[in-house]
Unconditional design. Structure first.
Length: 746
């Protein structure tokens, strides 16, 4: 939200109070408290009728500093995010007279300068990161007719807001803020953190995360699960501003200095992604959304994949596995699936896993609606009746996941499906959450809007872990917020079926990666409409070079032979390529679980010092060593940037010098996939399934690199095996306690 009218004036109807000085600084064990009057206090009388802002600095984790700003504290603590890694006592305080008072946590420090003007500065390893200076902490009052931007649709304007501005340096760029489909670099944008079902072609987002990081070596996480408005070098071009409604604002500054280290600490604070089973990395095939299907249709698809030698791992049943108007009643439509247990057993006999679509809404026609309403399991309006509307499902209500009994009831319906043989759930929706409701636990609706989807996904994931075990639970989730990365997989939502849509989806995935999400997928071929064969074939290559891969559409099927015979060839080639890469991809997933580094990495994350990578959003690194540039043009032309070093084309073996841009042209059975200098790629022995013993018949493909020693880990069914790779004078030797492997020089 913008409060100012240029540099000097406020917008009509806005009054502002700014932290003017550090009047009083109180130190405690690992924390600093500051009284910041909204005018410089020159004499005793200046303290009368003078509002103050109270600040508290502490450290919940090494290299992380928490800043809390309060105007009035009598309202108590508002609901924030679950900070699973937060602990007390990580900071050390030092008061240094005229130089200010400093809180240090690891290599990160925050210094409050004494007196006026107000200044709070952050340093990493002694290097300036960012600062909060003159007119940077503001408490704003809005008149009823204040000429400020309206918030997201459905929100009411609060009469008071707190805002913090942090300085941006020359050349400093901002990434993150959730899965956003516009430019990867957020400078110059206004970003509203508010989950919405807006598709991939708008400024709205399904996964809004109030966390950003910059190329200066730090990140900022705002601990507010409701609406947060970011002005990223827009209202004040030298600053990032974030504002929230109400009397308090809490944020964390997280030091890296590298992007991976920032994400490692951010995910230590908010949670690391669960480890995923190998079968989830294989190809998923969907019924699509509004298409007609029954068991015969499903069987025909699966037979068609097998006949064409197209390895398939998961079959997904979208909405209409349940009867229309009944979503969600968790019951198979008996008109088209009269024997669901038998059908699921037949699919399992073909070595397939099964995923079914669900959402947290219950249509009025569903027999479950009356039960849930009577037992108080649905969100209610403040005046008592169940909240309902007709958008999506007629008369639908929403399960209240703040009610433990409602959550257990919802989970019981999922257990019945798991008992039938379902293996995974696509947790769709969760964004359309009203504000004119009362929650069971008294949570403020504004605070719950984004957080609702996290409670929903967590309830489903908990059941999967309970029944399938840790490391076997898999969601296919659309909406999320901070902390949602703990519950993978997430997919990019509803996109078009064009090259432009493919590009915007890719930008969304890169933005999600900068926001802490390690596992990500998208609708291969696009969701809305039907892609032409060229778009489909290009998207197949892109989709199978993602961490997770699903063929899905809206009103048309996505089986490859529905497009042309070459689409079958392309699907076969890239599916088998991915399955051979499973030892590499699965290990990247293990590292994501361990450190929070995503499987799919923006170039600026993997090469943070390379200015060519700063704005690059048309290619990415898949794991640490594979560079992938999807083909986004009808004629197959690709502009790809290779950083410094010697790169090897994975498909052809061609060596290419890096540090430059290349223009290439590719047929449908090719795309730019380059291997980084010095890489040792673990290549599996099978290309028919993802969940094989990755150590049995393993080949280590050694690419040219400098002399030295490196370690490589590959995880098999018995656990990880470590390979020590030594290079000297062009000679390579590898040692490991594992057996049954070989190596080859690329």
């Amino acid at each position: 939200m913008k409060f100012t009218d240029g540099l000097w004036q406020l917008r009509p109807g806005v009054t502002a109070l700014y932290a003017a000085e550090a009047y009083d600084v109180v130190t405690g064990e690992g924390e600093i408290g500051v009284t910041a009057p909204t005018a410089v206090i020159r004499r005793r009388g200046d303290t009368l009728n003078r509002p103050v802002l109270s600040l508290k600095l502490s450290s919940p984790l090494e290299n992380v500093i928490r800043v809390r700003v309060d105007h009035h504290v009598g309202g108590g603590e508002e609901r924030g995010f679950e900070l699973v890694g937060a602990e007390d006592g990580h900071g050390a305080v030092k008061a240094d007279g005229a130089n200010g008072t400093t809180l240090t946590s690891g290599s990160l420090s925050a210094t409050v300068a004494p007196g006026a003007p107000w200044n709070l500065s952050f340093h990493g390893d002694g290097r300036p990161l960012t600062s909060s200076g003159h007119k940077s902490i503001g408490y704003f009052r809005l008149a009823a007719d204040a000429q400020v931007d309206q918030g997201p649709a459905g929100t009411e304007r609060s009469p008071v807001h707190l805002a913090q501005q942090l300085a941006l340096g020359v050349g400093e760029v901002v990434y993150g803020l959730g899965e956003r489909f516009g430019p990867l670099v957020k400078n110059g944008q206004t970003v509203e953190i508010w989950n919405a079902d807006g598709g991939t072609s708008s400024e709205q987002a399904y996964k809004n995360v109030p966390f950003y990081l910059t190329n200066r070596g730090y990140g900022v996480f705002v601990n507010h699960p409701g609406h947060v408005s970011f002005e990223v070098g827009s209202e004040a071009v030298q600053r990032v501003q974030f504002s929230v409604a109400g009397e308090s604002l809490e944020y964390f500054v997280i030091y890296g200095p590298s992007p991976k280290q920032i994400l490692e600490r951010y995910t230590a604070l908010t949670g690391r992604p669960a480890r995923l089973p190998a079968w989830s990395y294989g190809l998923w095939l969907s019924t699509s959304f509004t298409t007609d299907y029954d068991e015969r249709t499903v069987t025909a698809f699966i037979d068609g994949m097998a006949e064409r030698d197209l390895p398939l791992s998961v079959f997904h049943f979208d909405c209409f596995w349940m009867r229309e108007f009944n979503w969600c009643d968790f019951q198979w439509d008996p008109r088209v699936f009269p024997d669901p247990e038998g059908m699921l057993a037949r699919l399992h006999a073909r070595d397939l896993r099964v995923c079914v679509w669900i959402n947290p809404y219950i249509g009025q026609r569903s027999p479950l609606f009356a039960e849930a309403a009577e037992r108080g399991f649905l969100l209610r309006r403040p005046d008592g009746p169940v909240w309902q509307w007709d958008l999506w499902q007629a008369g639908m209500g929403l399960v209240d996941f703040t009610n433990p009994d409602a959550t257990r009831w919802f989970q019981s319906k999922l257990r019945a499906l798991l008992d039938q043989g379902v293996d995974a759930f696509k947790t769709d929706f969760g964004e359309r959450v009203p504000l004119d409701v009362a929650y069971f636990d008294g949570s403020a609706p504004e605070r719950m809007h984004n957080l609702y989807t996290h409670l929903y996904n967590a309830a489903v994931f908990e059941v999967l872990e309970e029944r399938r075990g840790r490391g076997e639970a898999v969601l296919f989730a659309r909406s999320a917020t901070a902390g949602g990365q703990r519950l993978p997989v997430h997919w990019g939502g509803d996109c078009g079926s064009s090259y432009e849509s493919m590009a915007e989806v890719l930008r969304g995935g890169l933005s999600a990666a900068f926001s802490g999400f390690s596992f990500w997928s998208h609708d291969i071929g696009g969701f809305e409409g039907t892609p032409d064969p060229g778009v489909f074939k290009r998207w197949v290559a892109f989709g199978l070079m993602s961490s997770h891969s699903r063929l899905h559409g809206s009103s048309s099927y996505r089986v490859p032979w529905a497009f042309d015979e070459e689409a079958v060839e392309v699907t076969r080639l890239f599916t088998k390529l991915k399955l051979r890469l499973m030892p590499y991809l699965f290990q990247a997933g293990v590292e994501a679980h361990r450190t929070g580094t995503p499987v799919m990495r923006p170039m600026a994350m993997e090469f943070p010092g390379d200015r060519n990578a700063t704005y690059l959003d048309t290619q990415y690194m898949l794991g640490p060593d594979l560079l992938v540039a999807p083909v986004l043009t009808p004629d197959g032309t690709v502009e790809v940037y290779l950083p410094e070093g010697t790169w090897t084309n994975y498909l052809t073996g061609e060596r290419v010098a890096g540090g430059r841009w290349r223009t290439e042209r590719h047929g449908y059975t090719s795309m730019p996939i380059y291997v980084r200098e010095g890489a040792v790629l673990p290549i599996g022995a099978r290309d028919d399934r993802p969940d094989y013993d990755h150590l049995d018949g393993l080949t280590l493909r050694v690419y040219p690199g400098a002399d030295g020693e490196t370690a490589l880990t590959v995880t098999g069914p018995g656990g990880p095996a470590v390979f020590t790779v030594r290079r000297s004078g062009g000679e390579v030797s590898i040692s490991s306690s594992a057996s049954g492997w070989t190596y080859e020089l690329a």
